[in-house]
Design a binder for this molecule. Structure first.
Ligand SMILES: Cc1cc2nc3c(=O)[nH]c(=O)nc-3n(C[C@H](O)[C@H](O)[C@H](O)COP(=O)(O)OP(=O)(O)OC[C@H]3O[C@@H](n4cnc5c(N)ncnc54)[C@H](O)[C@@H]3O)c2cc1C
Ligand code: FES
Length: 247
């Protein structure tokens, strides 16, 4: 966990309200899929947590959606400017998932951390399939990037403007995808549906955060089995085994 001034190498729009930013770092070896960084923006007290989407030697990529003032400010940043970045933070997906067949499910801005995970799983010769859900065709991103990993990619859109009409669960049913180990990241309703259907794998959670490093307890989630046991999403998470915490 480090505080670093990173140089913006690229910041480009890749879909509706969605940007990809590539940043320099001297800590790429410490980064793992599913972890996040906490970004300081001038004029804002709280840092903005954003997942690490791709890790390369000396640089990493984030993909973010402009939802409020902070992310809008981020989208205005230009190549060559610098950002104050704290991270990598949290616990991501396991370095090696013990199962051979892995179904990766992403929804909206939950898709970015799954890209580096898919890259690693492919390198480990796992059989990987990907199902991505978006609201509309304009919001889709990273379809080609996942396809370039030579894995099967299915897209679902809620309005049916591209791919299969409906949710990621509708797409899995329609395509008869029978892989039972799942790694997922996305909105709560999607995670709830996944939890009802799958019992093996990992899910990444989001929460409003303050410190982002385990000190303030602003981000806790209740354990599913042990009463009075809470987990900090920023520290023990954001990735947890399916069924570990209350959604
Ligand atoms: C672990 C983690 C990873 C994330 N990864 C990504 C990612 O890869 N791409 C992406 O687009 N978004 C991601 N998010 C959501 C992202 O942090 C928020 O969209 C962003 O902080 C909104 O900031 P804002 O100033 O634009 O919005 P505002 O609504 O103006 O923010 C006000 C405050 O609320 C917080 N906040 C608002 N929405 C969220 C949210 N969904 N989660 C946590 N805090 C929030 C902000 O950090 C800020 O402190 C992630 C969130 C978490 C917790
Ligand atoms: S945000 Fe402070 S403990 Fe998680």
């Amino acid at each position: 966990m480090n505080c670093e001034t990173c140089i913006i190498l690229q910041n480009e729009k890749i879909a509706q309200d969605t940007y990809r930013m590539i940043l320099s770092t001297s800590h790429s070896v410490d980064m793992h899929p599913g972890q996040f960084v906490n970004i300081k923006l001038e004029g804002y007290m709280l840092r903005r947590p954003i997942s690490i989407s791709k890790i390369e030697d000396g640089r990493f990529t984030i993909v973010y959606k402009t939802v409020g003032d902070g992310t809008k400010h981020l989208s205005d940043k230009k190549e060559g400017e610098t950002l104050d970045v704290f991270g990598p933070l949290g616990h991501g997906y396991p370095d090696e998932i013990v199962y051979d067949r892995i179904l990766i499910i992403g929804g909206g801005v939950g898709v970015p951390p799954l890209y580096e995970l898919a890259r690693r799983c492919v390198k480990q010769n796992k059989h990987v399939e990907v199902v991505l859900g978006f609201n509309t065709k304009d919001a889709i991103f990273y379809e080609q990037e996942f396809k370039d990993l030579h894995i099967a990619v299915t897209i679902a859109t809620m309005d049916g403007s591209y791919g299969i009409k409906g949710t990621v669960m509708d797409a899995i049913e329609e395509k008869h995808i029978d892989i039972e180990t799942v790694c997922a990241c996305g909105p709560i309703p999607m995670l709830k549906a996944i939890e009802q259907r799958y019992h093996q794998g990992f899910m990444s959670f989001e929460s409003r955060m303050a410190c982002g490093m385990g000190a303030c307890m602003a981000c806790v989630a209740k354990d599913k089995e042990e009463a009075d046991l809470y987990h900090r999403i920023c520290k023990e998470g954001p990735v947890f085994p399916i069924g570990k915490v209350v959604l």
